[in-house]
Design a protein around this ligand. Structure first.
Ligand code: GLU
Length: 560
């Protein structure tokens, strides 16, 4: 048994949880990125809480135990299915640019795009956090337990202290430049000056206080008053890259309820997050373009599957880089991008025997230039089903590891604005995802729910991974639908990632054996040693819910 699996099992046993790896839960289930968050969500489900209630409790704990990925200082998208009312909806808690943002905010004095990592730390990259407003909006409509109750587990843990996770300890060592930032150092250095290690118990009284304020005062206590003031102070006075966020920016933030985007794959209805995320549209495009190929050609990690999937992915990424941005600023041609005829035509560009090379975007009436690629990863996904069959798929983010590497009141501020295109115009044409005041940067997050022919819930899933979220989610769906894999096997499946550039094959996996043949087909094959997916999946089966959690992270799926 791997040391990591053993540590996870001991951790679960200490928490009093019975891991049901591969088990079936007839009543409810939660799959999320950390056992403490899963326990908090499961306790809420056991008290009769809704899937939204459980998501809030779990996310507050993630702010404490997985600060490198998501939390109060970031944003999120939540897709929800309410079987009683037959309502499918989604909530947009994406961060927004402050009023002081300008199209050229990430250009240097010579008008050239700044180095990505140089623009991340500090205040300039911080978007107005959207998570708390979004969770409050979802709770008003779909909460069952009182708002304040949902904060209790995180407050208790922040007061008592929790052990540093394997993932956080690893990330701090992988990125020494992040570990050296003042706020990161203050939070994650032992009294003897050494960096914290896995298992060190950390308390966070500042966060406990902020959580108490929000528990008692609702989202208003986050967007106005002392917490808002702390955020603005940290952004404006950041030692590196100070930003222009004001109290008015925070007070004006609004979460938005939106219609999800849906499409068909082999008679299943797949629904996901629409703009300002590209995630849903791109996942649906990939699946639609694969539909004309038989199931036998799409068996997980076979040569034909890697090839066909990569080609569909190239085509989807070419559209993604050209046609998508915040729908409040750019008219994203959602219908045209998902039209059956358009995608059938695009799919015919796939040659089953060789790589097409760089794909061009489809010809749609839209007057924007493609943005150059550059995104990073620091995100967390959870999937939840409650006793009444209500389903939540939520992906939350602070963008890069520990966001802008700056804290306010014990939580990390996001660097989501670096998800904008640094280049606002190309050859005189605007880029759809250029920065602007109040605008939300394009995301790849794809919290997704799949239904059977009769409209019954089948699968909830999602993942972190920056733009690779799109192939991670689409690959898992293909593996579960065509390859009939269980969620755990789908979450653990070796990744092949083609984003219209090189083809990355997850190193030291069965994919190694395909590298030579794929090179011969024309691909620029590269081994990838750090695929940071974090799939969390719940599937309905006749016996009950079955879950899967990505072995690349610390998560688990548990239910009763
Ligand atoms: N900021 C990215 C996005 O919203 C997500 C980063 C990640 O997945 O790690 O698309």
């Amino acid at each position: 048994m791997k040391l990591r699996t053993l540590v996870a099992m001991i951790c679960l046993a200490l928490l009093g949880l019975q891991a049901r790896a591969g088990g079936v839960a007839p009543h409810h289930m939660i799959a999320a990125a950390n056992p403490y968050a899963v326990k908090a969500g499961l306790d809420i489900l056991r008290q009769g809480g809704s899937a939204v209630d459980a998501a809030i409790a779990a996310e507050m704990v993630l702010t404490l135990v997985e600060p490198e990925s998501s939390g109060l200082g970031g944003g999120a998208f939540l897709v929800l299915w309410d079987p009683a009312k037959k309502v499918l909806t989604s909530f947009d808690g994406r961060e927004a640019a402050p009023a002081s943002a300008t199209p050229g905010m990430f250009l240097d004095a010579a008008g050239q795009p700044r180095k990505h990592f140089d623009a991340v730390p500090g205040g300039l990259s911080v978007g107005v956090p959207g998570l708390v407003a979004m969770l409050e909006l979802a709770h008003k409509k779909y909460g069952r337990l009182p708002w304040a109750t949902l904060f209790e587990p995180a407050i208790a843990l922040a007061d008592k202290g929790v052990p540093v996770s394997h993932k956080l300890a690893t990330e701090l060592r992988r990125y020494p430049q992040i570990a050296a930032m003042p706020d990161v150092k203050r939070m994650f250095t032992r009294p003897d000056g050494a960096l914290v290690a896995e298992g060190d118990v950390l308390k966070n009284p500042e966060l406990a206080n902020a959580l108490r304020r929000i528990a008692n005062g609702g989202a208003q206590a986050f967007y106005t008053g002392p917490i808002a003031q702390a955020i603005v102070d940290k952004v404006q006075h950041a030692p590196k890259n100070p930003g222009g966020m004001t109290l008015a920016d925070l007070a004006n933030y609004r979460a938005v309820e939106r219609k999800p985007v849906c499409g068909l794959y082999r008679a299943r209805r797949i629904c996901s997050m629409g703009p300002p995320s590209s995630g849903g549209i791109s996942v649906l495009q990939i699946l639609a373009m694969l539909q004309r190929f038989p199931e036998s050609k799409l068996q997980p990690n076979t040569l034909s599957e890697v090839h066909l999937f990569s080609q569909a992915s190239r085509l989807a990424f070419a559209d993604r880089m050209t046609y998508m941005g915040d729908p409040a600023f750019v008219r994203v041609p959602v219908r045209a991008l998902l039209a059956t005829r358009y995608l059938r035509k695009r799919s015919l560009l796939i040659d089953p025997t060789r790589d097409m090379g760089e794909a061009m975007p489809g010809a749609l009436p839209f007057h924007f230039a493609p943005q150059p690629p550059h995104e990073l990863h620091g995100t967390s996904h959870m999937s939840i089903v409650d006793d009444r069959g209500e389903v939540v798929a939520m992906t939350a983010t602070v963008e890069f590891i520990l966001g802008a590497e700056t804290t306010a009141d014990g939580f990390f501020l996001n660097n989501e604005l670096t998800d904008f295109s640094f280049v606002p115009t190309r050859d005189g044409q605007p880029v759809a995802n250029a920065p602007a005041p109040g605008k939300r940067p394009l995301s790849a997050m794809a919290p997704t729910i799949a239904f059977d022919q009769k409209g019954h819930f089948l699968i909830a899933l999602g993942s972190p991974g920056g733009p690779a979220i799109i192939p991670y989610v689409a690959e898992s769906l293909v593996a579960m639908i065509d390859g009939h894999l269980y969620p755990q096997a789908a979450a653990a499946l070796a990744h092949h990632v083609e984003m219209n550039g090189p083809l990355f094959l997850e190193k030291d996996t069965t994919l190694d054996a395909l590298a030579q043949q794929l090179s011969a087909m024309g691909y620029d094959v590269r081994p990838a040693s750090n695929e940071m997916s974090g799939l969390n999946i719940v599937e309905w089966t006749k016996e009950g819910y079955v879950g899967g959690s990505d072995p690349r992270r610390d998560g688990v799926a548990l239910g009763d």
